[in-house]
Design a protein around this ligand. Structure first.
Ligand SMILES: [Zn+2]
Length: 222
């Protein structure tokens, strides 16, 4: 079960090797990502609130969508809906949509690349950006395999750059959290180096990819 900490008022972080976020409102709670099935995120949520839970996915990878079975439905960007188990009911979440809960107001930013339907959630008033897997400090950002697209990822990272002066904290799904806004340009710098073949990569011990470490973060790449 993930470790629970209250990060801000009514805003909880559920921390395992992958992270979930729970915002508790007056009439419902908003859960961002569901972890892997074995993490029993639904049980952790029930320790915090008994309110109905609306689930939002940052993207469809199994370590974010694996706990969906306990909730039955979610909001997800349509480009990742085909990654979900068929029994899960889903509603589309698109660029420009907003989600309000517990005094927080998140704008949906579509940031394809890590997966086609990856999103980030931006709360301008609190200066928070939840980027899913797309921004990590010293991470291994998965960029190999059929659903990854480095050019789309670079485009998404470029679109996030103007936020660097506006936000105060980035809350990634893996690794250190929170991290400073400078990681928006740092991850772009490393991703450009990856594209340009400047990151030497060690073969991964078990996966068919290379581990390419940049100055600030790392990638699993072809
Ligand atoms: Zn992940």
């Amino acid at each position: 079960m993930p470790e629970i900490r209250e990060f801000m008022k009514q805003f909880y972080i559920l921390d395992d090797w992958v992270r979930q976020f729970l915002i508790v409102g007056e009439e419902e709670a908003l859960l961002i990502d569901t972890g892997v099935e074995e993490s029993h995120v639904a049980e952790a949520v029930r320790q915090i609130t008994s309110l109905p839970v609306r689930v939002v996915l940052t993207h469809g990878d199994h370590d974010h969508a694996g706990g969906l079975g306990a909730f039955g439905s979610c909001l997800v960007h349509p480009e990742d809906a085909d990654m979900l188990p068929p029994e899960i009911r889903w509603q589309p979440l698109r660029e420009g949509d907003t989600l309000e809960c517990g005094g927080y107001r998140f704008e949906v930013l579509h940031i394809p690349g890590h997966t086609p339907g990856s999103i980030a959630l931006l709360d301008r008033e609190h200066g928070l950006l939840l980027p899913g897997d797309s921004i990590q400090k010293e991470g291994t950002i998965y960029m190999f395999g059929p659903r990854r697209n480095l050019e789309r990822y670079l485009e998404s990272l470029r679109e996030l750059q103007p936020l660097e002066g506006e936000i105060r904290q980035i809350l990634p799904s893996h690794g250190e959290c929170p991290i400073e806004p400078a990681y928006l340009s740092r991850v772009l710098e490393d991703a450009l180096a990856l594209r340009d073949g400047k990151l030497s990569g060690e073969p991964h011990p078990t996966l068919p990819c290379r581990i390419c470490m940049g100055k600030w973060t790392g990638f699993l790449a072809e």
